[in-house]
Design a protein. Structure first.
Length: 404
């Protein structure tokens, strides 16, 4: 039985400074794994869960700009405006709960921002347990033998590990009860709780344990971040194992004019180029190469010259459409390599602008885009200056299950 999402809100605590990770770019929840911030991954795990209706993030007051950057590319439809946190984790959770008090959801999940790899099944188990308990937390049994020390590095005893669990988040509670428990704990202020289950326990609430997940570990140290990055890369390599190559070729004729478009860059020139669209041979060859990787025909099929829609069209639209088809299949572009054949104009002065423009259109890093140029030693139509040509080769990586 699934819970009505309008009854479930999630609070993500992201106000910590993360001193232990000592990450150069700031707090660890803003560090990137696989090019995406840890916090973005945590938000997405909860916001895409079908049983979660609203997500509220508690941030450090200094992190507003960082937080805004995290939202880039995220579906923000379930996100409430962020609220500033307090000096402690417990205080920050309280800020989040107070911000939800007016709308008072039936249930609340409280999650650490530094747990970016939260499986949906864990969220479902926590919510399901709330049907019969005041609270529920995911946890895993301890595998290591536990020792207690006297603080001088010497063992004083061995702790019986039976019945001991490692607590994870999200920790779920009936909203009104955990809010009341937090308010009381804040007044008492004798104990600083390290998780919300402890706050609940102090209030006499019954909190269930459900099965957590090893993947749902908390990123605390720089080593944790490095391990998470390596694990992500390994998963991506396994996921995008269907490697495809596509080739494209295009020719356009010179005509009167004062500029031409090449690889998305406007180049002043004593001649223009004939064509239905903006006649950018570089982007046309690139589009055909992209389409070639997924067997999706050629540029003429998608954008017929007979269609007035494309008259004078900026050719980056053709590339964007080819990219949309690849993205729909879960693919990514590994690299693009374009060679331009002409005597004039000289490509060298524009090469870096062309690379930057194509990297932006393709949404990939600059070092994955190459632009080369050659004359044809005065031979053939390019040599005689009748027109110019471009060739493109691209590599695309797709998940194997999309093979048809
Ligand atoms: Mg063309």
């Amino acid at each position: 039985m699934s819970t009505d999402p309008s009854q479930v809100a999630a609070v993500i605590v992201a106000a910590g400074r993360g001193a232990r990770a000592a990450h150069s770019s700031g707090p660890k929840q803003y560090a990137e794994i696989g090019g995406r911030p840890v916090l973005a991954r945590a938000i997405e795990a909860l916001a895409t869960h079908p049983e979660v209706g609203k997500v509220l993030v508690v941030i450090h007051p200094d992190d507003r700009a960082r937080y805004e950057a995290v939202l880039t590319g995220l579906d923000a439809s379930k996100l409430l405006p962020p609220v500033p946190g307090a000096a402690t984790r417990q205080g920050s959770v309280r800020c989040g709960l107070e911000a939800l008090a007016a709308s008072s959801p039936g249930l609340v999940l409280i999650h650490d921002a530094a747990r970016p790899d939260l499986p949906a099944a864990v969220v479902s188990r926590v919510i399901a347990a709330l049907a019969t308990h005041d609270g529920a937390i995911p946890a895993l049994p301890t595998a290591d033998t536990l020792k207690r020390s006297d603080g001088t590095g010497v063992i004083t005893d061995t702790v019986d590990r039976r019945g001991l669990f490692r607590a994870q988040t999200p920790q779920g509670f009936h909203f009104a009860r955990i809010l009341a428990a937090h308010r009381r704990a804040a007044e008492a202020s004798s104990v600083e709780c390290t998780d919300d289950a402890q706050v609940a326990e102090l209030a006499g609430m019954r909190v269930a344990l459900v099965e957590g997940a090893e993947a749902n570990g908390k990123l605390t140290t720089a080593e944790d971040l490095a391990k998470a990055e390596a694990a992500w890369r390994q998963r991506e390599n396994a996921r995008l194992s269907d490697v495809r190559t596509g080739f494209g070729f295009d020719v356009h004729r010179f005509r009167d004019g004062d500029h031409l478009m090449l690889c998305g860059v406007r180049i002043p020139h004593e001649r223009g180029v004939e064509g239905h669209s903006d006649a950018d041979v570089g982007l046309h060859a690139l589009t055909d190469a992209l389409l070639g990787t997924i067997g999706a025909g050629d540029i003429g099929v998608h954008f017929p010259p007979s269609d007035p829609t494309w008259k004078g069209a900026s050719s980056d639209r053709f590339v964007a459409e080819a990219m949309r088809l690849i993205t729909m299949r879960g693919g990514v572009v590994a690299n693009a390599d374009v060679t331009i054949l002409c005597e004039q104009p000289r490509i060298g002065p524009h090469r870096e602008a062309m690379r930057a423009r194509m990297a932006a259109i393709l949404g990939i890093a600059l070092d994955r885009v190459s632009v080369k140029a050659t004359t044809t030693e005065g031979l053939g139509f390019t040599g005689r200056g009748e027109g110019l040509a471009a060739q493109a080769v691209v590599t695309v990586r797709l998940p194997p299950e999309t093979v048809v």
